[in-house]
Design a protein around this ligand. Structure first.
Ligand code: NAD
Ligand code: TYD
Length: 340
């Protein structure tokens, strides 16, 4: 049966992959992407859909009540990705994280309450649980966020739960782990280090580089959201795990080896304040719905690195801005250490 789907943040990394995936899997669905196009959102990420008559782009801000309310008219499903997403940026300047991630989610939920949609998938994150010293978090684990980003996502996650319990808004929550793949903005570890290595520039590894993340390939991520959208139980949260726990130094080595670059490019730098040591999720609940990750980690990572190597036209236009911001981040962390 045909459905109209509103996808916020669809011009970003995961949102654009998800929109492409839905268009291919459910060609009868009408897809509306709402995105304000921040530094991380780019219309060209949706290039494959521009000639699709079932696709529409709405240039709007999730904090704009009127625009969101209008965009939600006639919508069956909402998938809410739009957010400020980078931890380092949240440490330097948390403001937009609070307004977009928390208030923007409130605006989305409020519009959903008033328009009476069928399902609202809220994209949360594993970072809401904080650092996993041992074991793996289940959906029942307490939310103990460390960074302003994680705290703003935890606020949004809790609001989504409250809108289900109080108003019966048909919310489903996903909490995915660190994701990688083509078209990820080159501020996140994998694309950032890949682009640096391509330029023979040092890879700034925070602290001792032994922090662990559970890496999830974007193709597995979007299939998991599809599973929850169509088969999940309303009112429930679902962890999405990659099943690929690796230290940051291990990931850095694979990037360098793929590009044939020396490991001497790894440079240990001042750690990120409040840096979570390890993320780990128990995804049993999602697997019961029939999903499991399929990508083989090293192969998917090598393919991703190769994609960046083959598509400089995608990252070159944003490189200068990213490099300047990055320098600012590193100076800020170093200055914090010396008390400047
Ligand atoms: P991204 O930074 O690549 O894209 C974010 C998108 O949201 C951009 O297109 C941006 O323009 C848009 N946006 C930002 N503020 C907006 C606003 N006020 N109004 C409308 N649009 C706005 O992010 P991503 O990595 O694709 O992450 C998508 C979602 O998945 C986020 O909610 C993030 O918290 C979550 N998530 C990401 C990861 C990861 O590893 N990337 C892991 C777990 C969860
Ligand atoms: P990141 O991609 O920023 O994702 P998150 O902080 O949401 O997990 O970082 C992934 C890991 O890589 C994290 O432990 C921080 C580390 N990291 C570095 O060591 N150096 C860097 O320059 C960046 C961007 C990240």
């Amino acid at each position: 049966m045909t459905k109209t789907v509103l996808i916020t943040g669809g011009a970003g990394f995961i949102g654009s992959h998800f929109t492409e995936y839905l268009a291919a899997r459910y060609p009868e669905y009408a897809l509306r992407v709402l995105d304000v196009l921040t530094y991380a959102g780019r219309r060209e990420n949706l290039a494959a859909l521009e000639n699709n008559s079932n696709f529409a782009f709405i240039h709007a801000d999730v904090r704009d009540k009127q625009a969101v309310y209008e965009a939600m008219q006639g919508v069956d499903y909402v998938v809410h990705f739009a957010a400020e997403t980078h931890v380092d940026r949240s440490i330097l300047d948390p403001d937009a994280f609070i307004t977009t991630d928390v208030y923007g989610t409130f605006v989305m939920l409020e519009a959903a309450r008033r328009t009476g949609i069928e399902r609202f998938v809220h994209i949360s994150t594993d970072e809401v649980y904080g650092s996993a010293e041992q074991g793996a978090f289940t959906e029942q684990s307490p939310l103990q966020p460390s960074s302003p980003y994680a705290a703003s996502k935890a606020g949004a996650d809790l609001l989504a739960q409250a809108y289900y319990r109080t108003y019966g808004v048909p919310v489903l929550i996903v909490r995915p782990s660190n994701t990688f793949g083509p078209r990820q903005y080159p501020e996140k570890l994998i694309p950032f280090f890949t682009v640096r290595a391509l330029h023979d520039q040092p890879l700034p590894l925070y602290g001792d580089g032994q922090q662990q993340r559970d890496w999830l390939y974007v193709g597995d991520h979007v299939r998991a959201i599809d599973t929850v959208l169509h088969k999940g139980q309303i009112g429930e949260a679902y962890n999405i795990a990659g099943g690929n726990e690796r230290t940051n130094i291990e990931v850095s080595r694979i990037i360098l080896n793929t590009l044939g670059k020396p490991e001497s490019l790894i440079q240990f730098v001042q750690d990120r304040p409040g840096h979570d040591r390890r993320y780990a999720l128990d995804d049993t609940k999602l697997r019961v719905l029939g999903w499991k990750p399929e990508a083989e980690f090293e192969t998917a990572l090598q393919e991703t690195v190769s994609w960046y190597a083959q598509h400089p036209e995608w990252w070159q236009p944003i490189l200068q801005q990213q490099a300047e911001y990055r320098q600012f981040v590193q100076q800020w962390y170093a200055g914090r250490e010396t008390g400047r």
